[in-house]
Design a protein around this ligand. Sequence first.
Ligand SMILES: Nc1ncnc2c1ncn2[C@@H]1O[C@H](COP(=O)(O)OS(=O)(=O)O)[C@@H](OP(=O)(O)O)[C@H]1O
Length: 300
Amino acid sequence: RQVMTETESRGSYSKYKTLEINSLPENEIPSKRKFLKVTGLKVHKSIPDSIIIGVSKCGTRAMLEYLRLHPDVAALNAEIGYYYNDSMWSRGQDWYISQMPDSEPGQITVVKSPDCFQHQDCADRIYADNKKTKLLVLLRDPVERLVSQYMQLRDKHDSFPTFEKWIMDDSSDQVNIRVSSVTVSAYAVHLVRWLNIFPRKQLHITKSESLRSDPLTEMRSVEKFLNITPFYSDEDFYYNASRGFYCVRNRLTWKTKCLGKSKGREHIPVKETILNKLYAFYRPYNEQLNHLMDIALDWP
Ligand SMILES: Nc1ncnc2c1ncn2[C@@H]1O[C@H](COP(=O)(O)OS(=O)(=O)O)[C@@H](OP(=O)(O)O)[C@H]1O
C-alpha cells in the first residue's frame, strides 16, 4: 500500500517521501514522534488556535477525530474544563499550555470543550487568552440533543427519572426551564453572549445532521475556516453500516477508527404530546438563531 506522498499531504509530514507501508513491519509504521525525531522538526506547545466550544451531544467528538486526521492540526484528545472550571482556571495559563499536545511549525492547536458553550465565563476567558481564537460550534436539532443528553445521564446515574418527569414541570405542565440541559438547547440565548465578545467571522457553525451525513463536505468547510491546507478527501471517511456512522481511515497508517459505544446510543421513544411541547418551546429560539447567525436550520 502506497499511502502518502509529499504532494498528497503538505504540512507536518511534508518531508516524508512516499512510503511503502506494506514493506514495513507493523512496529515500524512511523509514528509522528518517530517522524519528528528523524526530521529534527522543533515542536512546541501553545494556547489553542481553535476550540470546539460545543454544543455537547452535537457530534463534538466526531469533529475532533476528523480534525486529528489533518496534518496541519495538533488536537488534544482529552477535554479540559479550564475555561469554565474555576479551580482549573486558577492554575493559570502556563499550566493550561503545558497540557496541550506538541505542535510542529505550521500546525494549529485544537481542543474540544463542549460545556463551554453554556458557561458564562468561557467566552471572556478564551478571548483574554487569545482574542484570535477560532470557535467551532456544532448545533443539532434541540430536541434530539436533549434526548441524547438524557440517554447519557440515564446511563451514568442509577434510578434516573423518566424523560417526561425530567423535563416537564409537574405543577405547570410546561417544559421545565430549571433543568439546565433544557436551556442548553436554546442555542440563541448562549450564542448572543459569544457574539458580544467575538466577531461573527470567528465562529463557524456546523449542523450536526450534516456532519453525520456528509463529513467530507463539512470538514472541507472547517479546514477553509481554519485556513489550513486543503486536505480532506473521500479516502478519509467510510460509512460503517453496523455503527450507522462515518468512521475514519488514517492515510498514513491505513488504520481505521470508529467512535466508542457511548456515541450513538439508541434514543428512547418520546410521546408525541411531549415532542410537540418541546418543539413549540424551542421554535422561537430557533428563529432567533436563524436571524442571529444568518443560517437556515430546518428543524421542526
Ligand atoms: N461519526 C460519528 N460517530 C459517532 N457519533 C457521531 C458521529 N457523528 C456524529 N455523532 C453524534 O455525536 C453524538 C455525541 O456528541 P458529542 O461527541 O458532542 O458528545 S459529548 O458532548 O462529547 O458527550 C452522538 O449522539 P447520540 O447518537 O445521541 O449518542 C452521535 O449521534
